[in-house]
Write a protein that binds this ligand. Structure first.
Ligand SMILES: [Zn+2]
Length: 178
């Protein structure tokens, strides 16, 4: 029964969210204006659980950056975004990727053993490429993933991370354990 209510409420919140996003994207909006971004997208949260969020879920983001974010990542959750970026990076760039996130009683684990590239940056639509440039400029893949973990997720959401990557001669290592 609770599940049914949750699904129903999530269904409704999806439409509310659409409406809200439409408003905040008004064409007259100043691109330099601050807007409120939900780190875990509203459309991905069961409303009946919203009041029990154990951490702060919003971040103030300038409108142009905010729109760039959703242009690329839509309503992905932070761990989905991080995984997407790893799968967008060139084959063999990342050597080890373990990421674990918690949301209420759910655990999300990304443990990649093989590193075939699944998405190609070149195949992204031009609007997405422009948005990527706006958000990350020429930042390396490794540091983009670290930025997602440190700046685009609620604190306490990622509970375990082990990342290693190697570019021309440089080794990068990032670990997090809560
Ligand atoms: Zn947002």
């Amino acid at each position: 029964m609770c599940n049914f209510i949750c699904y129903f409420v999530e269904f409704c919140s999806f439409f509310c969210h659409k409406g809200g996003r439409g408003l905040s994207k008004s064409r007259t909006g100043n691109p330099l204006q601050n807007t409120r971004h939900h780190l875990i997208p509203s459309s991905r949260i069961f409303l009946c659980l919203k009041n029990s969020m154990m951490y702060r879920n919003t971040k103030v983001v300038r409108r142009d950056f905010h729109e760039a974010w959703h242009t690329i990542f839509g309503n992905m959750t932070p761990i989905e975004v991080a995984e997407f970026i790893v799968r967008l990076s060139p084959v063999g760039y990342f050597k080890k990727v373990i990421m674990e996130a918690h949301l209420w009683n759910f655990t999300y684990l990304v443990d990649l053993q093989t590193f075939e590239q699944q998405y190609s940056f070149e195949d992204l639509r031009d609007t997405k490429k422009v948005a990527w440039q706006k958000l990350f400029a020429n930042k390396e893949w490794f540091w983009v993933v670290v930025e997602i973990i440190e700046s685009w997720s609620p604190s306490g959401y990622f509970t375990r991370v082990e990342l290693t990557a190697k570019d021309s001669g440089n080794n990068h290592v990032y670990t997090l354990s809560l």
